[in-house]
Design a protein around this ligand. Structure first.
Ligand SMILES: Cc1cc2nc3c(=O)[nH]c(=O)nc-3n(C[C@H](O)[C@H](O)[C@H](O)COP(=O)(O)O)c2cc1C
Length: 360
């Protein structure tokens, strides 16, 4: 369906700054796991092509990428913890920059959202030994999640250090920064969520304690690469990956402490009319980025209104970006969109990845 072009005054087309990131527009690419890395987690030529095709995004936030081998959730996701992976990211960063874009890597430690066969026979780690309900993709097909083991208190500094090391590697590879994935039920979210975190040490219990691990990670990563290159994604009360969260006051505690660090941006996945969005927007002192969630696919005119009305400074777009490498141009002109092909989201290979046609 074609629609009206966006005018030069369009809110979505205005530049925006987020810490050290200077985005020429407010249509950012949401993180999308695509399972195309080499089996050892090294980003390859195909990924470099995919991301450079999408360099028109205000900022590209990459697919979730593990800061440690044990933090891998699914087959063929990229890592940021070996020299080969760092070299692979350099190839991606260089090709996105050559195409005029900006790119940050999403650091995603899957925690309990994994299977031991994906992580070389290791047991997944989590705040508490609580197995997630449901099944996870593995090289042998869908299998029930593995039962995780609880991280001991004295193991946490090493996990925090893995995030900082991965951030250092990201910047050394030429990426423009990192996004900490504290959403969608992965390790950082598992610490925040009262339904999953059953710890009795200073990292469990009260909202202050549940926020502590994420704050410590954000501090260590900021010290490693500068807070102005660090964003964070949260999804308050989102039930994805068997999260239950009754007490979401943890997010006010979390963001008030993160605000003091001077992070580049806060990225919230929530329905725009969820009261938490307005609450966090009102108190967050820096750039506020919104993703409207899985329920409905992102819609240009709705997003234009949200940015024009100041609900968010920028928005991230997932599926439409997946299917339209030149999404910003298409939305600007009001031209027709390619439809995303769900069957190839996680399938591997170029089909449904780099072969979505741009406008002629
Ligand atoms: C194929 C696919 C992979 C995704 N992978 C990630 C991911 O790695 N990290 C993340 O934070 N969100 C991930 N998401 C969620 C998206 O970032 C986004 O929040 C969601 O798709 C809703 O936005 P949309 O309606 O614009 O697609 C994924 C979504 C899809 C469809």
């Amino acid at each position: 369906m074609t629609t009206l072009p966006l005018g030069p005054d369009s809110a979505l087309l205005q530049p925006v700054t987020a810490g050290a990131l200077q985005a020429p527009n407010r249509i950012w690419m949401a993180p999308l796991t695509r399972n195309r890395a080499n089996p050892d987690g090294t980003p390859n030529e195909l990924q470099a092509e995919y991301y450079s095709q999408r360099a028109g995004a205000g900022v590209i936030i990459t697919e979730g990428s593990q800061p440690a081998a044990v933090g891998q959730g699914y087959p063929n996701t990229p890592g940021v913890h070996t020299d080969a992976q760092q070299d692979g990211w350099k190839r991606v960063a260089d090709s996105v920059h050559a195409a005029g874009g900006r790119i940050v890597v999403q650091l995603m430690h899957a925690g309990r959202i994994s299977h031991s066969s994906t992580i070389g026979g290791q047991t997944p780690v989590a705040p508490s030994a609580v197995r997630a309900a449901g099944e996870v993709y593995t090289a042998e097909g869908l299998q029930p999640f593995s039962e995780p083991r609880a991280l001991a208190t004295d193991e946490l500094p090493a996990v925090i250090a893995e995030f900082a090391d991965a951030a250092r590697r990201a910047v050394a590879a030429g990426l423009d920064g990192v996004e900490l994935h504290a959403a969608n039920g992965y390790l950082l979210h598992q610490f925040l969520a009262d339904g999953v975190n059953q710890r009795t040490d200073t990292f469990g219990g009260s909202p202050q304690n549940r926020a502590r691990f994420v704050v410590e990670v954000a501090k260590a990563v900021s010290a490693a690469i500068g807070a102005d290159r660090v964003g964070i994604r949260i999804s308050p009360a989102h039930p994805f990956n068997d999260i239950t969260e009754d007490d979401i006051s943890v997010y006010e505690v979390l963001t008030s402490q993160l605000a003091e660090l001077g992070l580049a941006y806060l990225h919230v996945l929530a329905a725009p009319d969820d009261p938490i969005v307005g609450k966090l927007r009102a108190t967050w002192p820096a750039t506020f980025v919104l993703n409207t969630g899985f329920g409905v696919e992102s819609d240009r005119d709705q997003l234009e209104r949200l940015v024009a009305d100041g609900v968010a400074d920028a928005i991230t777009v997932g599926r439409p970006f997946l299917a339209n490498p030149d999404l910003v141009q298409r939305w600007t002109r009001g031209t027709e969109l390619n439809e995303p092909d769900q069957a190839t989201f996680y399938a591997g290979g170029a089909k449904g990845y780099t072969d979505y046609a741009p406008l002629s």
